[in-house]
Design a protein around this ligand. Structure first.
Ligand code: ACO
Ligand code: AKG
Ligand code: ZN
Length: 379
């Protein structure tokens, strides 16, 4: 299956900065942006320059780096934010404003018409000042906004003729894969603009939602390294890449430098002071560990039996574990061969039985297993 063209809007330096443990220095941001660009993301989104004096200097610094990824900043529908964003030299501006009744009432107090008027004023102003700047408009909390209101807002924004892309935001991570599919499909009928999807992970559906958004016609997906962001974060970069790799590895391998992803993860994990989770889809400690005998036997014949992803594509190695009671004779035989030992079938069954009996009593290391193999061989 071939995936249509899509781009990643990498938001580790914007949404990721909203992660509880993130506090990137200016140099951290440069290091992370360079690693993101080396991996090949199409866009790097930065915190609004209005957020703090350093945020503004960082937008200016990153915009000057000349990286191959487009540098964006993310702002409110606010003229002052727009003026400052324009002064930083970024290549694109992502504007947002809450559209759900909750956001309208408790965030900014504007009704739908006022939202349209304000967004139109700010977008038109930016376009007049800098016609080449890439503009995206997003309705924050789109998934809790009625489709009718979304169509009213996006249609009015599209008519301005200044926006390249609209954004759908699942701000509280509440939408389901089928709902986002339907929403994107519906919006696709109303607009020819590119469609970006930003999905939070509150119900652990962010990656699935991003993928189904893409299937339904979205063109841009927001990600963060390790999925960091406000609360428990958004679609993780590696998760999204793994999802697409499992469908079309060749396309993903030609689009991105997968060998750079491990370094990027270690870098961001270090900068925010967390470790990579054991069950991370690619870089987790156990992501490519194969344990049960039924699995290891088949794996030794063909690694595709129990792997959707080839770890070598990401510079990672797999391990076949035999130091446990679930080991099977074929995996034990494989280890014996690695040690230069060979046994017949009944000997292998005997050794495997000894290993299991010992593993029932204590935890084993690979050295314990090797000792069993060597001592059996000596007998
Ligand atoms: C869903 C998201 O993650 S959106 C991105 C979130 N990012 C950020 O918030 C960036 C960091 N934020 C900040 O540094 C500050 O909130 C600032 C500089 C943007 C604003 O700071 P303050 O002026 O002190 O306002 P405060 O943060 O208390 O409240 C937000 C203000 O923005 C207004 N607002 C909220 N969303 C929007 C919007 N999308 N467009 C325009 N105005 C908005 C609110 O009405 C409120 O206005 P008020 O000044 O009249 O009360
Ligand atoms: O601008 C957007 O589309 C997303 C803003 C955001 O972070 C959110 O709604 O969670
Ligand atoms: Zn968000």
């Amino acid at each position: 299956m071939s995936l249509s063209e899509f781009a990643i809007v990498e938001s580790t330096l914007r949404e990721g900065e909203q992660f509880v443990k993130a506090n990137f220095s200016s140099d951290d941001k440069v290091e992370i942006a360079e690693a993101l660009a080396a991996f090949g993301v199409e866009y790097i989104e930065l915190t609004s320059p209005i957020a703090s004096p350093q945020s503004r200097r960082d937008c200016e610094r990153l915009a000057r780096l000349g990286l191959p990824s487009k540098i964006l900043t993310h702002i409110r529908c606010h003229l002052e934010d727009a003026k400052i964003a324009l002064s930083t030299g970024v290549a694109g501006i992502n504007l947002t404003i809450g559209s759900s009744s909750l956001m309208r009432q408790f965030s900014h107090g504007k009704n739908i018409n006022q939202i349209i008027d304000l967004a139109s004023e700010v977008l038109t102003f930016i376009h007049q000042q800098a016609p080449d700047i890439e503009l995206r408009f997003s309705a924050e909390d789109s998934s809790r906004t009625s489709t009718e209101d979304l169509i009213t807002i996006y249609s009015a924004i599209e008519k301005l003729g200044v926006v390249k892309r609209i954004g759908i935001a699942d701000t509280v991570g509440i939408i389901t894969p089928m709902q986002i599919f339907e929403l994107v499909k519906t919006l696709r009928q109303f607009t020819n603009l590119d469609i970006e999807f930003h999905g939070h992970n509150d119900t652990e559906c962010a990656n699935a939602n991003s993928y189904t958004a893409l299937e339904a016609g979205a063109t841009h997906i927001d990600t963060c390294v390790l999925g960091i962001g406000e609360r428990n974060g958004i679609t993780s970069l590696a998760g999204f890449i793994a999802r697409l790799y499992a469908i079309n590895p060749e396309q993903i391998k030609s689009k991105y430098r997968l060998d750079q992803l491990g370094y990027l993860h270690e870098l961001v994990a270090r900068k925010v002071g967390i470790s990579i989770p054991f069950n991370h889809c690619v870089f987790g400690e156990s992501a490519f560990s194969h344990k049960a005998g039924i699995h290891t036997k088949a794996m030794l014949n063909n690694s595709e039996t129990y792997e959707a992803i080839n770890p070598r594509s990401f510079g990672v190695t797999r391990s076949i574990l035999i130091n446990h009671k679930l080991a099977g004779k074929q995996a034990v035989n494989h280890r014996a061969n690695e040690l230069g030992l060979s046994f017949n079938l009944s000997q292998l069954q005997d050794i495997t039985h000894r290993l299991k009996t010992l593993a029932d009593k204590q935890s084993l290391t690979i050295e314990d297993v090797d000792n069993i193999l060597y001592s059996y061989h000596c007998q």
